[in-house]
Structure formats: C-alpha cells, structure tokens
Design a protein around this ligand. Structure first.
Ligand code: FAD
Length: 403
C-alpha cells in the first residue's frame, strides 16, 4: 500500500511544531512527510521587534530547519506559489506537489485596511528581512542626518502605527536602542522623536488596565509620545497624516514609519478554494478546514472562535504551537481511521516586553511587571525553543539574562 504524503506548508510556529510532532508520532514506513518553506531557517517571529530595533542580530532570531527535523522529513526550500485544494495540488518555485494530508501554516501578512500610501511608504516587522530593513533604515536616517549641512530633524522621527502587542514591544526596544544610536552617531537625544499613533481609544486592547497604565508610563519615561484615538489616514514619502477630530488632519513629517497595526492571513489562502475572511480560514474544532477532510490549518491562517467569550482567539505563537501538536495527532488518527481530537486552548497568559529588563504580563492567575515580567518573557521565549528543538536548541539560542 502506498504511504500517504503529508505536505506541510510553512515552517513557522504552527508548521514546524506540526512537523516535529509528526516525526515523533509517525515513522518513515508509515508516511512521507514533506515540509516546504521559503527559507532554510525558522525565525522567531515573536522576536522581530528586537531585530527591527537592532537590539539583537537577525542571526540570534533564527536557526537552520535542518537542526530540528530528522530523516523522516523531506525539507524543500521553496516559495509556495499557489494552493488548489480541489485538485489537491500545490505549486512551488521547486515544482508541483500533491498530498494526502495538507497543513497550511503560511503565517500572516500586514493588514493596511486600504489606507493610502501605507503599503509603499511604511516598513513592517513581518519577517527577518523586513525587520532587518527597519533596523538598517533607522541607522541610515541617523547617519545621513549627521552628514547634512542643514539639519532636518524629522529624519530622526520614528512613527509606529499601532499600540497593540507588536507596536508596544517595538517601542520598548527602541527606548533602549535610541540612546545607543545617539551615542554612536553623536546626536543629541532630544532631537529624536518616538511617536506611537493608534486609531483605537486604548493601548494594548485586551490587557489589564493597571498593566496598560504601567506600560504607558514606562514607555513615556523612555521618551515615547502617544497619540491615541487618532487614525493614520494616509502615508506619504515624507510622513503620515493623522486624523485628530472630525475635520482636523495633521501631517507629521518622519524619517521612519513602521506599520504594526494589524495582521491578516497569508494571501495564498484566498485563492486556495477554501472560504476565508481576511485570508483566515474558520476551522473546525479538530483544526480541519470546513469542507475539506484532508486539509488542516495552523496558526495565523486559521480562525477559531472562543466558545466562552464568543470572540475569535487572537493570532499568537502560543496558539499556533498548541495547534501544531493537535494537528500532528489528528493526522495520525486519520491515517488509522480513528476519531480526531478537538483543539482545546490552554491559555498560559501573555507577556508583553517593554525593552530590556521590563515587561508586563499575566500568568498563573497573577499580574507581573518590571524585571519579574521580563524574566517570565524570557522563560516563554526559551520554552518555545525547547518545545521545537529540545535542550540543545534552547542552550544555543535561548535568553538567559534574567536579572
Ligand atoms: P509564522 O510563525 O509567521 O510562520 C510562517 C512561515 O511561513 C514562515 O516561516 C514563512 O517564511 C513561511 N512562508 C510564508 N509565506 C511563504 C510562501 N509563500 N512560501 C513558503 N513559505 C512561506 N505571539 C505570541 O504568542 N507572543 C508574543 O509575544 C508575540 N509577539 C510578537 C511580536 C511581533 C513583533 C510579531 C510580529 C508577532 C508576535 N506574536 C506573538 C504573534 C506571533 O508571532 C504569530 O501569531 C505567529 O508567528 C504565527 O505563527 P504561524 O505559524 O502562523 O506563522
């Protein structure tokens, strides 16, 4: 009998967790496991704010996929170009693949909500390359300011669109990096402006209000200004226009604009033949797509409702990894004609970094701030490494500066 082919698209948190669990549950005689990913490395998406601010190197935030997969898995470095679930075909830059079971784990893309100019003029923290571009762009602006005879201080203005998790974590890192950059480029720090622009009336929606107040106060001390309830309505080569009242639109000139205010699933999902909303597929309880028995969806391409609150689960690494485990188990169940298991989210809390040695978070039913929250964040980061690559990877890539 032909071994079934399990095709996993994307080696992010969801896809790679699926694969490392499949290689535990399924041996090479039982199934062929193929993993397709754009790069031959996995990057820690949850560390991209550090790469973007320049507080860690891109290499610190990534590792070769070959270090965590075994001989049961065939890795293909290729760009997925299209998915057709009706024909059971996936086109990639390395040829066409077919499958018996498909796992879509292609992650997220920035959602610009149709705001004019954002796609062309704002940078983003979407992958290792865009994060590296953010770091190098900021350094370039600082370096070129020093060369100008007539100084334009707006080159030193950094606008971050969005006061959600990504925006706040990035601002926290910038709070640490800017003093270093100012020393490096001989720039008086008061010339640098760090501005967070948010359309919603609050910072970090969903977080405890006491923790949000702490985060805002700490970032304000680091020089961050907040403009809340003021949507960006246009981005240009020179900066952004923000809406301050019904009629009032202000233009803010800036050398750097980083958009961190919304995500959607990977656009490839929209032409796959499966119904989606903002490229996210409303999955069944066992993580399969609604109409296709052989297609699973992991991570930010999946949309899952929290039955208790009636609200969707947020797109997070924590959920993506838990989904990867259940998907691997359910593929094995299907291979042996057994009933599948339902995904039950085990919420371990959330920690938002505010830069070096500072953070806010909730875990074990308690609130944490400052160094203790920051230590917790490092434990969370190290745990993600451990779950995929064990002790070896954790020792190599982990964060151990707890005080
Ligand atoms: P990803 O981990 O993004 O992986 C997608 C993979 O697919 C990548 O390897 C990519 O290269 C690959 N890929 C994409 N397109 C193609 C293609 N066409 N062909 C081949 N390969 C492709 N979540 C938390 O739980 N905690 C946090 O503290 C946290 N902090 C965050 C901080 C930042 C700065 C950001 C940006 C996100 C943060 N998140 C956090 C959210 C979290 O990172 C995402 O929810 C998570 O990465 C989703 O996992 P995924 O497997 O769906 O996608």
């Amino acid at each position: 009998m032909k071994r079934p082919t399990i095709l996993v698209l994307g080696a992010g948190y969801g896809g790679l967790t699926t694969v490392v669990n499949l290689q535990k549950f399924v041996n090479v005689n039982e199934a062929e496991i193929i993993l397709v990913n754009k790069n031959d490395y996995h990057y820690e998406t949850t560390w991209l704010h550090e790469v973007g601010a320049g507080t860690i190197s891109p290499d610190k935030a990534r590792y070769p996929i070959s270090t965590v997969i075994n001989q049961n898995v065939t890795f293909v470095k290729a760009n997925v170009e299209s998915i057709d679930v009706n024909l059971k075909k996936v086109e990639t830059s390395s040829g066409e693949f077919t499958y018996d079971y498909l796992v879509i784990g292609l992650g997220f893309e920035g959602e610009t909500f149709g705001i004019p100019g954002l796609k062309d003029h704002a940078l983003s923290l979407t992958n290792i390359n865009t994060a590296r571009q953010v770091r190098e762009h900021i350094e370039y602006q600082f370096a070129s300011w020093t060369l100008d005879d007539i100084k334009d201080d707006s080159k030193l203005t950094i606008i971050v669109g969005g006061a959600g998790f990504t925006g706040i974590e990035f601002l926290g890192e910038l709070g640490n990096r800017i003093p270093e950059l100012c020393r490096e480029f001989d720039i008086p720090q008061e010339k640098v402006r760090l501005l967070c622009v948010e359309a919603a009336p609050t910072v970090l929606p969903g977080f405890d209000s006491e923790l949000v107040d702490y985060a805002k106060a700490q970032l304000t001390k680091k020089g961050v200004e907040f403009s809340i309830g003021t949507p960006i309505v246009e981005a240009t080569e020179e900066g952004v226009k923000i809406k301050k009242g019904d009629e009032d639109v202000e233009f803010i000139k800036a050398g750097t604009v980083v958009w961190a205010a919304g995500v959607r699933g990977n656009a490839l999902v929209e032409s796959s033949g499966i119904e989606s909303h903002r490229a996210r597929i409303a999955v069944r309880g066992d993580m399969r797509s609604p109409d296709f028995e052989d297609v699973f969806v992991a991570g930010d391409c999946a949309f899952l409702l929290n039955e208790e609150t009636g609200r969707p689960y947020p797109p997070t690494a924590q959920i993506a990894m838990q989904q990867g485990v259940i998907i691997a188990k359910n593929i094995k169940h299907l291979m042996y004609g057994e009933p599948t298991e339902q995904f039950v989210y085990d919420d371990k809390g959330a920690v938002c970094s505010l830069g070096d040695n500072d953070a806010i978070g909730t875990a074990f039913g308690r609130k944490f701030t400052g160094k203790r929250a920051s230590a917790l964040k490092k434990v969370v980061d190290d745990r993600a490494l451990y779950l995929v690559g064990g002790v070896g990877l954790t020792v190599k890539k982990g964060k151990f500066k707890f005080l």
